[in-house]
Design a protein around this ligand. Structure first.
Ligand code: HSE
Length: 293
């Protein structure tokens, strides 16, 4: 039996579109075992056809890459990361499938090769990198290479995820983005993402407020999420250190001080009167990434 644990993630982090992502302490767990024949995936949404299941397709892609496959595989999944909410559920299933297949085949792929294959399947690296390596990770695609580096985050903050009861697919949420941006918008995001990384690494959390503003995706995607801008403004008014759209949404991620016990309760009261249901989850950064065994 092979046990694999993959964390959820929060990508983009304001201005770091398709570049920044951090791992969170919410996990999908996958138990792989060889069986005499067939492929069985248990514990995941039953209505999804096997061919559309990311664990299955990622596992098969990995067996193709490696050039061997066992006669049969059973995967038992304990899924805790909400699906299609901007918390890296897809990246987690892709990594579960790739890492599981690699382990069953005797681990021929290195971590770097796993990263490359999983990113090829996902299409961009910003969720895969933190889910695999843990922590806050910067990643870029350079031709067919993917470069990444982890950034140490100063102690003192935690994350409060506001998760609505409706889904938003990454495809839909990418369709609304502009094809071109102007020079000033480029400067806006470059300057803020630089400030953001410096503030997170040396603990100048007072600067998060100024560094999280994004003009590349949030203004467009926010319109797909009922009350997005009202909730964002409310969070700022309540004194959060930072707030941004997590990944492609619809989850809204707040950054607060580690010892803040008030915000969760107060934002809960505000969200309760809105027409959609919003779950509130307190999360911390995960530093382990994908763990085997
Ligand atoms: N960077 C990606 C996006 C993350 O915003 O579309 C979601 O997969």
């Amino acid at each position: 039996m092979i046990n694999i644990r993959v964390p959820g993630t929060s990508a983009n982090i304001g201005p770091g579109f398709d570049t920044l992502g951090l791992a969170l302490d919410i996990y999908n767990e996958f138990r792989f075992q060889e069986i005499p024949e067939g492929i069985e995936i248990q514990g995941f949404e039953k209505e999804i056809h096997l061919e559309d299941n990311l664990i299955y397709t990622s596992m098969m892609e990995t067996f193709r890459e490696i050039g061997c496959r066992p006669k049969g595989v059973r995967v038992d999944v304990s899924a805790n990361i909400p699906i299609s909410r901007g918390l890296g559920s897809s990246a987690s299933c892709i990594l579960g499938g790739v890492v599981g297949a690699n382990e069953l085949a005797g681990s021929p792929l290195s971590r770097e090769e796993i990263f490359k294959l999983a990113t090829k399947i996902e299409g961009h690296p910003d969720n895969i990198a933190p889910a695999l390596f843990g922590g806050l990770v910067v990643s870029i695609m350079e031709g067919d290479r993917i470069l990444y580096n982890t950034v140490e985050v100063h102690k003192g903050i935690k994350f409060i995820a506001l998760i609505p009861d409706f889904v938003l697919s990454t495809r839909r949420s990418r369709e609304v983005l502009p094809e071109t941006i102007d020079f000033q918008q480029g400067i806006n995001n470059i300057s803020r993402v630089s400030l953001l990384l410096s503030a997170l690494s040396n603990g100048r959390f007072d600067l998060l407020r100024y560094s999280l503003e994004d003009v590349l995706h949030q203004p467009y995607r926010g319109k797909l999420i009922p009350n997005f801008f009202n909730i964002l403004n409310k969070c700022w008014d309540m004194g959060v250190l930072g707030v941004y759209l997590s990944g492609a949404g619809p989850t809204i991620m707040c950054i607060v001080e580690e010892d803040d016990e008030k915000f969760k309760e107060e934002i809960g009261e505000y969200l309760e009167v809105l027409e959609d249901n919003w779950d509130i989850m307190e999360l911390h950064m995960d530093l382990d990434g994908t763990r085997i065994g």
